[in-house]
Design a protein around this ligand. Structure first.
Ligand code: DLL
Length: 432
């Protein structure tokens, strides 16, 4: 089932022509009417006339999060305030927040992207969709909300928190699908279990659209086994609009709406484009954005463009699961470690529960990494030797996959922190 088959199944060559037309118009508009882009293009010695095919996009300058911060709040807006119908603000961990403004058209293509995405997962009329992303300045709640309404699902705007009540509503209203962070889904499953509710047997909840933070394939398997839920990845950033792209029922990459956004993957060091299948930093150009356009924005998320077409029939470009951020990558004793690799390894170990924390510190001149892992209740034992054996097994698995020694500490179920919004599982106390 498609939401917009004309676009979603458009022949690839035709889509490229459409993207080129959109790009050309965008570049002319920004060069002519926007001081920031005009100056950047002049600095880079590129004129709109130099863009004669889609591949020429690489002649254009990059844009960085710092540009958004430097121009806070509204210097990058290209429409007057009376044409802006909504603001969202992303807090971030350092520096000034970033503000994103939306015209009605910006909200419309955002909703369109989510409507295509939800339809590709099979969410539509008859579904009760619980939106447990935060509503407010964060884009998750309102984004998923409008997408859900557009496809005709009954939307329950739960937002985060009050988890016992959320479990009750899942039962009382026959909720069939939920949109939330992976960490919140796990927390919800635990709270349900404490209340004596087995999500798999006692509710109709069968689909989850989870994202806003990294998660792994082995987490998908765990969620299916323990909660009976099919989990689909959803990705987006506030700079693009908010949550936008999901996997389809094939669960083989996230479908990018090519008419809305053009994706490049580059080598983060040289800035040179990479081939399909090669992992690198994602760079996006928003082809339809009105209020705050975006050309070659360096998102810093690491992924790759997938080759070939999806078995679902959509011809849209697909990106692989986000495996980390170029700026989140931990360098521990000279080895690059992505937290997602650690999660992947841990979740494949049957005795391991769903919660973990990663601590990185410096002892003298040496980096130390400690991974705290919650053990499943049935794997917990009073015998010290059993626990030591399990700890050694987890350390060996991490060594095998990460090529680095991480000290493992076993924790009882419920001991580690839970997260309602985005999980913060990495604590790096090294002073660089
Ligand atoms: O997190 C928008 C969103 C809301 C996406 C709900 C999905 C669902 P920001 O707060 O701007 O926007 O954070 C964007 O979160 O650059 C990634 O590093 C990370 N991220 C988002 N989705 C995923 C995902 C929202 N599926 C930043 N996998 C991005 C891995 C993700 N990382």
């Amino acid at each position: 089932m498609y939401w917009n088959p004309r676009i979603e199944c458009m022949p690839v060559e035709e889509l490229k022509k459409l993207q080129y037309r959109e790009l050309k118009q965008l570049v002319y508009n920004l060069y002519s009417f926007n001081r920031f882009y005009h100056d950047r293009m002049v600095e880079q010695k590129v004129h709109p006339d130099d863009i004669t095919c889609l591949a020429d996009i690489r002649k254009l300058p990059f844009m960085y999060k710092q540009d958004l911060r430097d121009n806070y709040p509204d210097k990058l807006f290209t429409v007057p305030q009376n044409e802006i119908v909504r603001y969202h603000v992303s807090s971030g961990t350092t520096g000034k927040p970033t503000l994103v403004g939306y015209t009605q058209h910006d909200l419309d293509y955002w909703t369109e992207a989510l409507a295509r995405s939800f339809t590709s997962i099979g969410i539509g009329p008859g579904d009760v969709l619980q939106v447990s992303y935060g509503y407010g300045l964060f884009t998750g709640g309102l984004g998923a909300h409008y997408g859900g309404e557009a496809v005709g699902a009954t939307v329950l705007p739960s937002s985060t928190g009050n988890t016992q009540r959320q479990v009750e509503l899942i039962q009382d209203l026959g909720v069939t699908a939920i949109a939330c962070t992976p960490s919140y889904l796990i927390h919800l499953g635990e709270v349900a279990a404490e209340m004596g509710v087995n999500i798999k047997n006692d509710t109709k909840l069968r689909k989850a659209v989870i994202g806003a933070e990294p998660w792994s394939e082995s987490m998908r398997v765990k969620i299916k086994e323990e909660l009976g839920i099919d989990a689909y990845d959803i990705y987006g950033t506030s700079e693009q609009a908010g949550p936008m792209f999901t996997e389809c029922t094939e669960k083989n990459g996230l479908h990018v709406c090519g008419d809305i956004m053009y994706v490049e993957i580059i080598d983060p060091d040289s800035g040179e484009p990479l081939e399909e299948g090669e992992k690198g930093e994602m760079v996006v150009t928003m082809l339809q954005k009105e209020a705050m356009p975006m050309i070659r924005y360096r998102i810093k998320d690491v992924t790759y463009l997938m080759e070939g077409e999806c078995a679902c029939g959509r011809t849209s470009p697909r990106i692989g699961r986000i495996s980390g951020r170029t700026d989140d990558m931990l360098i521990v004793r000279g080895i690059n470690v992505f937290p997602s690799q650690i999660e992947y390894t841990l979740m494949r170990i049957p005795e391991v529960g769903q919660q973990y924390m990663i601590y990185v510190s410096r002892e003298g001149a040496l980096d130390e990494m400690t991974v705290q892992v919650e053990i499943r209740p049935e794997a917990f034992s009073d015998r010290v030797e059993d626990m030591q054996r399990l700890r050694a097994k987890i350390e060996a698995e991490l060594k095998k996959y990460l090529n680095i020694y991480a000290k493992v500490e076993l924790k009882a179920p419920g001991e580690l922190p839970r997260f309602e919004g985005k999980a913060k599982r990495v604590v790096d106390t090294r002073v660089i």
